[in-house]
Design a binder for this molecule. Structure first.
Ligand SMILES: Cc1cc2nc3c(=O)[nH]c(=O)nc-3n(C[C@H](O)[C@H](O)[C@H](O)COP(=O)(O)OP(=O)(O)OC[C@H]3O[C@@H](n4cnc5c(N)ncnc54)[C@H](O)[C@@H]3O)c2cc1C
Ligand SMILES: NC(=O)c1ccc[n+]([C@@H]2O[C@H](COP(=O)([O-])OP(=O)(O)OC[C@H]3O[C@@H](n4cnc5c(N)ncnc54)[C@H](OP(=O)(O)O)[C@@H]3O)[C@@H](O)[C@H]2O)c1
Length: 259
């Protein structure tokens, strides 16, 4: 339960269905809602009963801070309480947004410069899109590596937007080179990798595909999405010397679990 003075009521402006179980939405944005790329918002949807309640869930913000609307990308689970409300929400419907943004999957937590690796499963891609839409990372890092692991090719959401960013980085700030490494685990798709992230880290295949070393002296890594992927990948990276930010001292690793 969140007190009414802690959230604003926004409007559903547009949707895009990537698959029957993957939906992007755009909502209006309160002018006072400010966030850093990589953070998440708490979204609320009202149940349709006689005594409506608001169901709240965390959602990473896809859009950049400079954009006037908010964008999110959501999984639609068959039995998910929020999924079922979102699936049936009409354009113009109400989306409640908690006034405070949350989360530490932000570049401030990381040692400056070097190569930034952003590794996602499923909708864990979302915070990395906001980071990439912002010009800061393009001027700060030498290389940007975006890894997106999904089950099927159809779930490679935002692929065209990512390729557009590679061709024309925001702000024309130049500097960084973006390498995009899609992974499709349940189909054989040309020009994509075909194994889970921890396996690709251990085998060195991810580094070979990026042409860069996963070495804490040069690399900063962000992990987001499936908690098992995060735990297993983190364990391998810890053995290589990667460590999260501690007591305000930037680290080489930042993670976010979605459940
Ligand atoms: C910090 C944070 C940020 C998040 N950002 C996003 C986001 O940007 N997009 C998004 O779709 N979800 C995100 N989530 C998950 C989101 O809050 C909801 O749990 C999810 O959208 C499903 O809600 P639900 O009520 O339908 O099902 P729930 O009852 O919340 O979830 C049921 C089960 O579905 C699985 N599940 C939950 N979320 C996902 C997911 N994203 N992908 C695959 N399986 C999942 C888990 O096994 C979970 O136990 C985030 C969660 C956290 C903690
Ligand atoms: N994706 C769909 O088409 C679909 C449709 C309806 C419902 N759902 C439900 O939605 C939920 C999530 O589906 P999702 O595909 O978005 O998320 P997901 O299960 O987290 O899968 C996304 C990616 O993460 C990989 N992954 C899973 N566990 C991993 C681990 N321990 N280590 C490394 N990588 C791992 C998956 O590989 P693997 O393929 O090897 O698991 C896949 O490439 C599930 O509950 C599912 O039943 C999904």
């Amino acid at each position: 339960m969140i007190a009414p003075d802690k959230y604003t009521e926004q409007t559903l402006l547009a949707t895009r269905a990537w698959t029957p179980s993957l939906l992007s939405i755009q909502t209006s944005r309160d002018p006072d809602f400010r966030f850093r790329p990589g953070q998440f918002a708490r979204l609320g949807l009202a149940t349709g009963d006689a005594d409506p309640q608001i169901i709240w869930r965390a959602y990473s913000i896809v859009s950049a801070p400079a954009v006037g609307h908010l964008e999110f990308c959501s999984v639609l689970l068959p039995a998910g309480a929020f999924s079922n409300l979102l699936r049936n929400l009409p354009l113009g419907g109400s989306v409640f947004v908690e006034k405070a943004p949350y989360g530490f999957l932000t570049t401030e937590r990381l040692v400056r410069g070097g190569d930034l690796w952003m590794i996602a499963t499923g909708t864990g891609l979302a915070p990395f899109l906001s980071i990439l839409e912002d010009s800061y990372c393009w001027s700060e890092y030498r290389n940007l590596v975006l890894v997106q692991s999904v089950r099927t090719e159809a779930e490679l959401a935002y692929r065209a937007s990512i390729e557009a960013l590679m061709a024309a980085p925001p702000g024309h700030s130049g500097g960084a080179r973006l390498t995009y490494l899609p992974i499709v685990t349940r189909e054989l798709v040309p020009a994509t990798l075909h194994a889970r992230v921890p396996e690709l880290v251990v085998s060195g295949e991810l580094e070979r595909a990026a042409g860069l070393a996963l070495d804490p002296s040069t690399a900063r890594v962000m992990l987001c999405g499936n908690p098992e992927m995060v735990t297993q990948t983190r364990a391998h990276l810890t053995m290589r010397g990667f460590a999260p930010s501690r007591r305000g001292i930037p680290g080489t690793l930042a993670v976010e679990n979605y459940w």
